[in-house]
Design a protein around this ligand. Structure first.
Ligand SMILES: [Fe+2]
Length: 614
C-alpha cells in the first residue's frame, strides 16, 4: 500500500512516501529548487519520492495533506474581523493567493500528480500531523506527545498521548497565543529573519544575560503553572500587520527592533538570553503538565520549537521524562511524514510494532547518487579527482586531511530529511583547532562569526567528552549537552595582559580542549554517531580517533549562508568552488580545491549572490 504525505504552502514544503507503513523516502522541496524554506507546491520532492520506489502516481493508494486549508482560512478571516479595521492591508494582500491556490489544495495535488491519481485526498489537522510525526516513528510503544509550534489552523501547541498504533490529543493552546510566534517575535525584534533566524537567536543567547526573562514572563503574557499562557496582544502585531511587534514592545525594551545586518549589541544578546530562558521555562512547565496528564515516562516531540536543542537539553536534564525522542524534521516538512503515518496507523488501523529502534532510518530518506552518476558529472566539467575503490582507505585519507586542519565537504549516501546535516551532506573540520570556528564561519559559510559549530562524536565515547550518560544518544543533533568539566578552560584564567574581550569577540577565546565546538557557556549541540545508522561517517570518525585520539569532528551543514543544504554532486561541487573549502568528497571521489580548473571557480561572486542572506 502506497501512501504519499504532502506539506505545502506555509514554509518548508515536503513530501514523504510510505510503503506498507515503512518510510521509504522523504525530502524538502528546497533541496531541489535551491530556494531556502521553499513553500511552493513540492512537485520535485513528490517526483523524487515516487521515483525512489519506482511508484507511479496512479499506483498511489492514498494522498494525505498535512493540514486543513479551510480551517486555516477561517482563522485568517476571524482574526481579521477581530482586529478590524487594522488588518485590512494584510488581509487584502493575503486573500487572492488563498482564492487562487491555497483553498484548492485538491486541485493543486491533482495537477501536481499529473492528473494520474484517481483516488481520494485526505486532509489532517496541522497538529495531528506534527503529533503523528513525533510518536509513530519513535521507538516507544507508549509515550506522551508534545507539539510546540507557531500556528497551524488554530492550535499552536498540544499535549497528547500515543499508544501502539493510535494517538489522542488531550489539550491545546490556540492562536494567537503561541510559543513559536513569541520566539519568532523576538527573532524579528533582534533583527533576524522570522522562520529562519530562530537558530541564530538561540546561538546568540549565551553571550547575554537573561535580564528581561521576568519581564517577558510577566508583562508579555499571563503564564499558568501548567505552561499554558495568554499573550498580551498589545505587544504583538502579527495578527494584523506584516511585522511581529508593536511600539509598546519598543518602549518595554528600550528602542525599536535592530535593523537586519546592523551591529549586534548587548541589548540583542540580553534579549536572546531572556527569550531563551523564558522559552525553557514554558517548555518545562508544559512537559511537567504532559507528564501529569498522561502518566507516561517517555516523551515524543515535534513542531518548530522542538528544534530548540538548548531547551531540549534542559528538558532532558531537568524534566520529568526518562527518555525523549524528537522528530528530526520537527518543522512543517515533517508534517508530510506525520500525515502519511497518521493515515496508515490511525485511519487504516494498521498495527505498529516496536523493537526498541526508531523508524526514522537515521533520517537518511533523501536522494543518493551512484558512482557512475558522480563520475559522469565530474568528467563533464573537467574536474580533477582521485577515486578510492576502498572506503576504509578513503576514510583514513579524510581523517588525515581533517587532522591537518583542512576543511572537507562530504556528500555521500542518502540526503538527510530535516534541517540538520548528519554526515551525508556535511562540512567536516577539526574540533581541536582554535582557529577553525572563525575560519569556517567567515571563509566557508560566510555567516555571522558568533555562530557555534556542532560536534559529531562516536556514540560509544560521547560521555567521555560531554555531560551525557554512557550509551545516551543524540543521533539527530537535537540535544545540547555541556562539555565535561575536566576538558574546560576558563578564558579569564588563561588570558594574558591586554584588553578583555567583550561581546561576540569572545568567540575567539579558547574554552576547552575542543575549542571549535565549545560554545560560550561550555555547551555543545551533540550528534552521536553509531555504526548502525551511519556506517560511513562512523568509519571516518574511527579513523580520526585512531589518528588523533579525539573521537569527534566538527559537523556543519554543507551550504553557504542562505543556501539550502546541497543535494546533488553538482550542488556540492558548486558550493565547494564558491567557498574556501580545501577538499571535497563526493561518494568515493576526492577533490582538492587547488587542483580544480580555474573556470569552475570563476563565478564565485555570482554563486554567492544567488542566495539571499537569511
Ligand atoms: Fe507547524
Amino acid at each position: 500500500m502506497n501512501i504519499l504525505g504532502v506539506s505545502a504552502f506555509y514554509h518548508d514544503s515536503a513530501a514523504c512516501l510510505l510503503i506498507d507503513g515503512e518510510i521509504v523516502a522523504a525530502a524538502e522541496e528546497e533541496r531541489f529548487t535551491r530556494k531556502k524554506h521553499d513553500s511552493g507546491f513540492p512537485r520535485s520532492a513528490i517526483r523524487y519520492c515516487l521515483s525512489q520506489a519506482n511508484v507511479r502516481a496512479e499506483d498511489l493508494d492514498l494522498v494525505v495533506f498535512y493540514d486543513k486549508p479551510l480551517l486555516k482560512f477561517e482563522r485568517l478571516v476571524e482574526t481579521y474581523l477581530a482586529s478590524w479595521p487594522r488588518g485590512f492591508r494584510m488581509f487584502a494582500t493575503g486573500v487572492p493567493v488563498w482564492l487562487r491556490q491555497k483553498l484548492h489544495i485538491a486541485r493543486e495535488l491533482d495537477q501536481g500528480l499529473d492528473r494520474a491519481y484517481r483516488k481520494r485526498f485526505v486532509f489532517l489537522e496541522h497538529h495531528e500531523s506534527h503529533a503523528a510525526s513525533a510518536f509513530f516513528p519513535s521507538p516507544f510503544e507508549e509515550a506522551a506527545i508534545l507539539t510546540l509550534d507557531g500556528v497551524g489552523e488554530w492550535a499552536t501547541s498540544s499535549i497528547g498521548v500515543g499508544s501502539r498504533n493510535q494517538i489522542k490529543l488531550l489539550r491545546e493552546l490556540r492562536f494567537p497565543h503561541s510559543l513559536g510566534l513569541l520566539y519568532s517575535a523576538f527573532t524579528y525584534f533582534t533583527g533576524f529573519k522570522v522562520n529562519s533566524g530562530e537558530y541564530k537567536l538561540m546561538g546568540l543567547a549565551p553571550y547575554g544575560e537573561p535580564i528581561y526573562a521576568d519581564t517577558i514572563l510577566t508583562k508579555l503574557m499571563d503564564l499558568k503553572q501548567d505552561g499554558s499562557f495568554r499573550l498580551n496582544m498589545e505587544y504583538f502585531a502579527y495578527c494584523y500587520r506584516d511585522v511581529m511587534t508593536t511600539r509598546k514592545m519598543d518602549a518595554l525594551f528600550g528602542g525599536p527592533p535592530r535593523r537586519p545586518e546592523a551591529p549586534i549589541t548587548t541589548r540583542e544578546m540580553d534579549l536572546a538570553a531572556s527569550i531563551q530562558s523564558a522559552t525553557e521555562e514554558i517548555v518545562l512547565r508544559l512537559a511537567r503538565h504532559a507528564q501529569e496528564l498522561t502518566g507516561q515516562r517517555r516523551l515524543t516531540m515535534a513542531g518548530g520549537v522542538a528544534l530548540n536543542c538548548v531547551a531540549n537539553g534542559r528538558l532532558r536534564r531537568e524534566g520529568p521524562f526518562d527518555e525523549i525522542w524528537i522528530q528530526p524534521a520537527a518543522g512543517d516538512a515533517g508534517g508530510a511524514l506525520g500525515a502519511a503515518m497518521f493515515a496508515w496507523h490511525q485511519l487504516l488501523e494498521k498495527p505498529r510494532t516496536c523493537d526498541g529502534r526508531d523508524k526514522q532510518k537515521g533520517s537518511l530518506l533523501g536522494p543518493e547518487y551512484s558512482a557512475e552518476q558522480v563520475k559522469q558529472y565530474l568528467d563533464s566539467i573537467g574536474a580533477v579527482y582521485e577515486y578510492y575503490a576502498d572506503e576504509t582507505a578513503l576514510a583514513e585519507r579524510i581523517a588525515a586531511l581533517i587532522a591537518s586542519e583542512n576543511v572537507v565537504g562530504h556528500c555521500a549516501g542518502r540526503m538527510e530529511f530535516g534541517p540538520r546535516a548528519l554526515g551525508c551532506r556535511s562540512i567536516l573540520g577539526d574540533p581541536r583547532s582554535a582557529k577553525m570556528q572563525s575560519v569556517m564561519n567567515l571563509k566557508i559559510k560566510f555567516r555571522e562569526s558568533f555562530r557555534p559549530f556542532a560536534p559529531a562524536v562516536l556514540r560509544e565515547r560521547a560521555h567521555e567528552l560531554f555531560e551525557m550518560e554512557p550509551g545516551q544518544e543524540s543521533p539527530y543533533m537535537l540535544l545540547v549537552a555541556g562539555i565535561r568539566k575536566e576538558l574546560r578552560i576558563d578564558p579569564a584564567h588563561e588570558a594574558g595582559p591586554g584588553p578583555r574581550l567583550s561581546g561576540v569577540a569572545r568567540v575567539t577565546q579558547v574554552r576547552s580542549t575542543l575549542p571549535a565546538i565549545t560554545h560560550l557557556d561550555y555547551s555543545a549541540r551533540v550528534q552521536t554517531v553509531d555504526e548502525e545508522r551511519y556506517p560511513r561517517f562512523h568509519k571516518i570518525l574511527k579513523a580520526f580517533e585512531r589518528r588523533t585520539g579525539c573521537p569527534a569532528v566538527i559537523n556543519t551543514s554543507f551550504n553557504v549562508r542562505g543556501e539550502p543544504i546541497v543535494n546533488t554532486p553538482e550542488d556540492s561541487y558548486r558550493c565547494f568552488m564558491g567557498t574556501k573549502m580545501d577538499a571535497l568528497v563526493i561518494e568515493n571521489f576526492l577533490l582538492f580545491h587547488a587542483q580544480q580548473p580555474d573556470r569552475a571557480g570563476a563565478d564565485r561572486d555570482g554563486y554567492l549572490a544567488r542566495f539571499a542572506l537569511d
